[in-house]
Write a protein that binds this ligand. Structure first.
Ligand code: GTR
Length: 337
């Protein structure tokens, strides 16, 4: 069975099992049948079971079960079992899957304001990003997701994305003509063009084989993804330019959310917020481990010493996107101080 078939089956099961029984007062007999009152909600995750975002999802699930005394169960499906990121977002929007932990990169196709995070070099470091995310604008962005039929619950740490390739890359010049896989959104296409490379959008799950067969020369991601998706085995040159910090978000389907009681909404939101600490701690640890592991495996990791030429190269594109994101870019810049 392929992933798409599994995703459809899951969607059908979701409807058939009537997971809302007993939730929001829909079932009059529910009080007589406590055993049937459990609400089972699925969460789709791209990464493997022991990856920090998956462990963040699991912490969230654990808190929900604990605080609802078993009445609400969140089932975490790692390793893209429910489908590739974009397909899962669509299912969440429709209400066929309750939650997903996703990158705000693909979310930008569903909710434009999140596109700002795909703009390069806008955060100086992780602290800068978290200061922005934890401030009023970060919250506003999560709240704004409701207009696109999602409920933004919290952000998880995404680390920083850098380039890697099957061919040696050490400088901006080396980017010329490289075919680089990107997360599908318009900003990423423009970014590759600005750096002299050509963008090939494709789902995450296809990157490894595309690197192997030479369909693409490289991709870009943080150390944990580079390691766990095995990209490091084929693309052995990693160039640390930290061009993007694209926050991970835990989102819920608004269709499902709207059927919850006010009390359950609060419980779910709080559990998500409380899971962030765990995810961030595990992320910080694993990011270092992943870097050490790829180095030990023989990958060439080069730090970009001077980011100025890179920042210069993307200036015109940032200028172009100021039309959409000028105000929020100013707020991001202010958060650095
Ligand atoms: C990872 C991110 C995933 C996915 C992936 C990709 O860093 O956690 O959600 O977006 O990148 O590049 O497709």
């Amino acid at each position: 069975m392929n992933k798409r078939t599994i995703a459809i089956l899951v969607a059908v099961l979701f409807v058939l099992t009537g997971i809302f029984a007993g939730c929001g007062g829909g079932d009059k007999k529910a009080a007589d049948k406590p055993a049937q009152q459990q609400l089972v909600l699925k969460l789709g995750e791209t990464h493997p079971p022991d990856y920090p975002t998956t462990l963040g999802d699991k912490k969230f699930a654990e808190l929900v079960t604990e605080r609802s005394k078993g009445r609400i169960k969140v089932e975490v499906y790692p390793s893209s079992q429910l489908g590739e990121e974009k397909a899962v977002i669509e299912q969440v929007q429709l209400g066929a899957i309750a939650f997903t932990r996703v990158s705000s990169g693909p979310m930008a196709e569903f909710y434009k304001p999140m596109g700002v995070f795909s703009l390069p070099y806008i955060f100086n470091n992780g602290d800068h990003m978290w200061k922005f995310l934890n401030g009023p604008d970060g919250q506003k962005m999560l709240d704004g997701l409701q207009g696109s039929k999602f409920v933004g619950l919290c952000y998880f740490d995404p680390g920083a994305r850098s380039f890697y390739s099957t061919k040696p890359i050490k400088s901006l010049e080396d980017m010329k003509g490289l075919k680089i896989r990107v997360i599908q959104n318009k900003i990423n296409m423009d970014l590759m063009q600005a750096l002299g490379a050509s963008a090939t959008p494709m789902p995450y799950g296809q990157v490894f084989s595309s690197l192997q067969t030479g369909v693409i020369d490289g991709a870009e991601n943080n150390f944990p993804s580079y390691l766990t998706a095995n990209h490091y085995q084929v693309a052995k040159y990693y160039l640390v330019d930290t061009h993007q910090r694209v926050p991970e978000v835990l989102v819920m389907s608004k269709v499902v959310w709207d059927k919850l009681s006010a009390e359950d909404k609060k419980l779910i939101k709080q559990a998500a917020v409380d899971s962030v600490k765990t995810q961030r701690e595990l992320w910080a640890k694993f990011e270092k481990e992943a870097e050490a592991k790829v180095k030990a495996a023989g990958c060439t990791v080069t730090e970009v010493k001077d980011l100025k030429p890179w920042q210069e190269a993307v200036k015109p594109m940032i200028q172009k996107y100021r039309a959409d994101y000028g105000e929020v870019l100013d707020d991001i810049a202010k958060a650095a101080k």
